[in-house]
Write a protein that binds this ligand. Structure first.
Ligand SMILES: Nc1ncnc2c1ncn2[C@@H]1O[C@H](COP(=O)(O)OP(=O)(O)OP(=O)(O)O)[C@@H](O)[C@H]1O
Length: 456
């Protein structure tokens, strides 16, 4: 027996709900429910899970984008289609960037609706069969091995795609654990060099003496212990990509050799005289501020400019919090499968804590915490007790919000956060909306919802 696909249709116009329910609900493959507002939709989802939500964009109180963001943070696995009567609006672009799967034009053509649902179902089937959804979803949330659908990640995907078509040297900067290595390998995988080697080396892990021979190779007898000729990484990566991680840590001597390669396109093995051509795309990464190091003469300025032909900044996780639920689910699946455990999800309050934490160690820290929680969890759901104490107490430490975590709901957390930002921005709504990264209209709606007014 095949299980019916559960569809929740949200529109403040009852006539649309009726028509949709009558037509699509008549098909035994679908089970349709309707809601007349965003709040009703969220309420319904708590009791009655859905596979697909189809929502109108313009609704009073909570609009479609707001509902979309709420659903994406609470139930990242749900596919969302938006309904609009005008496909040229910036709202559609915004909705797509916020993670909508597709949009449908009103008044709707049922054939189009059925086609969109069919596309979603084949996408789901592909994911379940272990295929990367990227191939089918228009790069919704997985780009090579990078997970994220925040606007900042879309910008990164776009830059990766563009730079991959060239042989330009790329400098990736960003805090530790932000995915710099994944970005480097995505550039390689998208490039014409993808069938040639991708070789990486952590420059900080090698002593000054070793790094030159690792990179450029050596001739027999070049130094004590050089018993045979050895090819360096520039030769091994020939035709492909060489990724130099922690480039900020290389010595002045190695900086000179690297500059030479970048200027001449050739190098010599240590102890050798033969000039070898380097056919390598170079990608470097650092979590240091290399521009400042160059200004302060701690890193060669000429080399810095050579490396920084294209620069990519991996965003810290705290600057793309909307991706946290998605990453949580991704790591949960990964570590459940690695550890042979069955955990179906994360409780709402645990997810709130995860979303509020500042993640100084970025995605790596999140991955470690989920792995630890999966290993030690005994139930089928991860709750806040499976999280380490620094996360459980993070609300108070990181934001200064005074919430009783034992009883607080997501709405309490949101209301407290908005109130705090409004106070900090001196009730300047434009500034507060910018800080919260939401539209001013959305902020008005939330202030109304939580009865937040400027004290007189
Ligand atoms: N966008 C992402 N999607 C999925 N996993 C991610 C993402 N970013 C980072 N990770 C995971 O986080 C961990 C650290 O990533 P990675 O090594 O690429 O970070 P990094 O910035 O190179 O760190 P470092 O500066 O310490 O070398 C890896 O397990 C990686 O799979």
């Amino acid at each position: 027996m095949t299980v019916a696909t559960r569809i929740l249709f949200v529109d403040d116009e009852p006539a649309y709900c009726r028509i949709f329910s009558k037509r699509i609900g008549a098909d035994p493959r679908f089970r349709v429910e309707t809601a007349g507002s965003g709040a009703e939709a969220l309420e319904r989802l708590q009791h009655s899970p859905a596979d697909i939500v189809i929502t109108d964009l313009s609704m009073p109180l909570m609009d479609g984008i707001e509902l979309l963001s709420e659903i994406k943070s609470l139930y990242p696995q749900i596919f969302i289609l938006i309904l609009t009567s005008d496909d040229s609006t910036s709202q559609v672009v915004k909705a797509m960037k916020a993670g909508a799967y597709d949009y449908l034009l009103k008044p709707f053509d049922f054939e189009m609706v059925e086609r969109s649902i069919a596309t979603i179902l084949s996408h789901k089937a592909a994911v379940q069969a272990g295929l990367c959804p990227e191939c089918l979803s228009g790069e919704q949330y997985c780009f090579e091995n990078l997970i994220g659908q925040d606007r900042k990640m879309f910008e990164i995907y776009e830059m990766i795609s563009q730079v991959a078509q060239t042989s330009a040297t790329v400098l990736i900067t960003g805090e530790s654990g932000t995915g710099k290595e994944l970005i480097a390998s995505a550039i390689h995988a998208k490039s014409t060099r993808k069938d040639k080697p991708f070789i990486q080396i952590n420059c900080a892990a090698l002593t000054e003496g070793l790094i030159s021979s690792e990179l450029f190779g050596h001739e027999k007898g070049a130094f004590t212990g050089a018993v045979a000729r050895k090819k360096g990484l520039f030769e091994q990566a020939s035709g492909g990509t060489l990724f130099l991680d922690e480039i900020g840590d290389i010595s002045p001597t190695t900086q000179v050799s690297l500059l030479r390669i970048l200027e001449l396109g050739t190098f010599q093995r240590v102890g050798g005289t033969e000039t070898i051509k380097a056919d390598v795309r170079l990608i470097c990464a650092t979590n240091r501020d290399l521009a400042a190091a160059a200004r302060e003469k701690q890193f060669r300025e000429d080399l810095y400019y050579r490396l920084n032909v294209v620069s990519l900044q991996a965003p810290p996780l705290r600057d793309r919090r909307s991706d946290i639920p998605l990453l949580v689910r991704y790591f949960l699946e990964r570590y459940c499968s690695l550890n042979n455990k069955q955990i179906d999800g994360v409780t709402r309050d645990a997810m709130t804590l995860l979303c509020n934490y500042d993640w100084p160690g970025n995605c790596r820290e999140l991955a470690n915490i989920i792995e630890h929680a999966v290993i030690f969890s005994r139930g089928r759901t991860l709750d806040k007790d499976s999280l380490p104490s620094q996360i459980r107490t993070s609300d108070r430490h990181s934001s200064g919000l005074t919430l009783n975590l034992a009883t607080a709901t997501l709405a309490d957390a949101e209301s407290a956060l908005i109130k705090k930002v409004l106070e900090e921005s001196n009730w300047n709504l434009k500034k507060a909306a910018e800080l919260l990264d939401i539209a001013r209209g959305t902020l008005y709606g939330k202030m109304e919802k939580y009865h937040l007014t400027k004290p007189v």
